[in-house]
Write a protein that binds this ligand. Structure first.
Ligand code: F6P
Length: 361
C-alpha cells in the first residue's frame, strides 16, 4: 500500500470542489478537510455549485479564501452540503462545455465528492482528458466498491437504529407488528447495521429475499413470545419502481407498507409502519463520521496538491489511501458473512470470522 506524505511544491494551483448525488452526513467535512490541506500549501479552492450541473453552466462559485476560521471549522459538523447537489448526467457532446467552464474558473483540477454515478462520470472525463479529476466516494448506502466504508454510512445507520428503538416503544405498547423502512437503494447495509443495533426482531434486506411464509412464521413465533414484533426493512427489499432519476435509478417506494399489508393478511396481527426516509441522511455527521470525512477530504487535497490525478480516495482497513478512479463502481452488497438468513438478522461474530465459518462450527 503506497504511503503518501505531504511535500511542499511552490506552484499555486486553483482546485475546484463539488458535491453530487444524494446528500450524506459529512459532505461539508470532506470540503473542510480538502481546504485544510490545500490552503496549507498556498492553493486556492473554489466551491462549484450543484454537482456536475455547476460544471455545465457557470453558476455562482464559493471562494473559500473569504471564509473566517470559525466558518470553515463549522463545516466539520454541518449537515447537507453548502454547495448544493444534483443528479446531473454529462454526455460526451457536453465535454467541451465542461472544459470551457473549468477554464473560465481557471481550474487546475477538480475534486468530485459523489457516489458511483458522480464518480463514474469523473472517471470518464479524466480518461478523455477533459478535467484532472480526483474522487471522494460518498453514499450513505455504503455500496461503492474499492473502499471498505463510505462516510455518512455510520451516521445513517445510527439514525435508522433510533427509528427502530422508538418504533419498538410503540409496537410494545400497542401490541403490534411494526415495520421500519430504511434507505439504502439496492443495498441492505444501513438496514443491516441499524436493525442490529436498534434491536429489530427481523431484518429484511434486498440481497437476501425471504419467502413470505417464512417471514409470517417468524412473526407469529416472536409475537406469541412478546406480543409485538419490530421489522427493519430496506427500501429496496420490495421492487416497487417509482419515477427514475437521471441515471435510471427508480425511486424506492412503499416497501414497508406493502410488506406489512401482506403480513397482516397472512397473520391477522395488527400492524404499523414508519418510513425513516431522508432523516437518515439529512442530519449532521456523528463525530466519528465527520472526522473520517475530513480525513478523506484532506487526502483528496493532498492528491490534488501532488497532481496525482485520476485517483479515488479509499479506506482500506484502517488506512486512507488512493485507488485508480476508473475502478469506481456501485454494487457492493451485503454477503452471507454479514447476514444470517435463517434468523433474518446480522451475525454478531465479525465478517472476517464468519468467512472462516467451517472452522468455527
Ligand atoms: O443513494 C443515496 C440515497 O439516499 C438512497 O439511499 C436513496 O434510495 C436515494 O438516494 C434517494 O434518491 P433521491 O436523493 O434522488 O431522492
Amino acid at each position: 500500500m503506497e504511503r503518501i506524505t505531504p511535500d511542499r511544491s511552490p506552484d499555486k494551483q486553483t482546485v475546484g470542489i463539488f458535491t453530487g448525488g444524494g446528500i450524506a452526513p459529512g459532505l461539508n467535512a470532506v470540503i473542510y478537510g480538502a481546504i485544510n490541506v490545500l490552503a496549507e500549501h498556498g492553493h486556492r479552492v473554489i466551491g462549484i455549485a450543484e454537482g456536475w450541473a455547476g460544471m455545465l453552466e457557470q453558476k455562482p462559485i464559493v471562494e473559500f479564501q473569504s471564509f473566517t476560521r470559525d466558518r470553515l471549522q463549522s463545516l466539520l459538523r454541518k449537515p447537507g452540503t453548502i454547495l448544493g447537489s444534483s443528479r446531473t448526467k454529462i454526455t460526451p457532446v457536453q465535454y467541451d462545455q465542461v472544459r470551457k467552464t473549468a477554464d473560465g474558473y481557471g481550474l487546475d483540477s477538480v475534486i468530485a465528492i459523489g457516489g458511483d454515478d458522480t464518480l463514474g462520470q469523473a472517471a470518464e472525463l479524466h480518461k478523455h482528458a477533459v478535467l484532472n479529476m480526483i474522487g471522494v466516494p460518498k453514499t450513505i448506502d455504503n455500496d461503492v466498491t474499492d473502499t471498505d466504508k463510505t462516510f455518512g454510512f455510520e451516521t445513517a445507520y445510527n439514525e435508522a437504529a433510533h427509528h427502530i428503538i422508538r418504533m419498538r416503544t410503540d409496537a410494545k405498547a400497542m401490541k403490534r407488528v411494526a415495520g421500519v423502512e430504511i434507505m439504502g437503494r439496492d443495498a441492505g447495509w444501513i438496514t443491516l447495521y441499524g436493525g442490529y443495533f436498534g434491536g429489530a426482531d427481523i431484518t429484511l434486506i434486498p440481497e437476501f429475499p425471504i419467502p413470505i411464509e417464512r417471514i409470517a412464521e417468524q412473526v407469529r413465533h416472536i409475537y406469541s413470545e412478546q406480543q409485538y414484533v419490530v421489522i427493519a426493512i430496506a427500501e429496496g427489499y420490495i421492487k416497487n419502481a417509482g419515477e427514475a432519476d437521471a441515471f435510471g435509478h427508480p425511486h424506492k417506494e412503499d416497501a414497508a407498507r406493502t410488506l406489512l399489508q401482506i403480513i397482516k393478511k397472512e397473520t391477522g396481527l395488527p400492524t404499523e409502519v414508519q418510513v425513516s426516509g431522508y432523516s437518515v441522511r439529512n442530519g449532521p455527521p456523528l463525530a466519528s463520521d465527520g472526522i473520517f470525512a475530513a480525513e478523506l477530504g484532506a487526502m483528496a487535497g493532498l492528491l490534488a496538491h501532488q497532481k496525482k490525478y485520476g485517483h479515488m480516495v479509499s479506506l482500506r482497513g484502517n488506512e486512507v489511501t488512493a485507488v485508480p478512479l476508473e475502478n469506481v463502481h456501485g454494487g457492493r452488497r451485503v454477503t452471507a458473512d454479514h447476514y444470517d438468513p435463517s434468523t433474518m438478522r446480522k451475525w454478531t461474530l465479525p465478517p472476517n470470522i464468519m468467512r472462516e465459518r467451517p472452522a468455527i462450527q
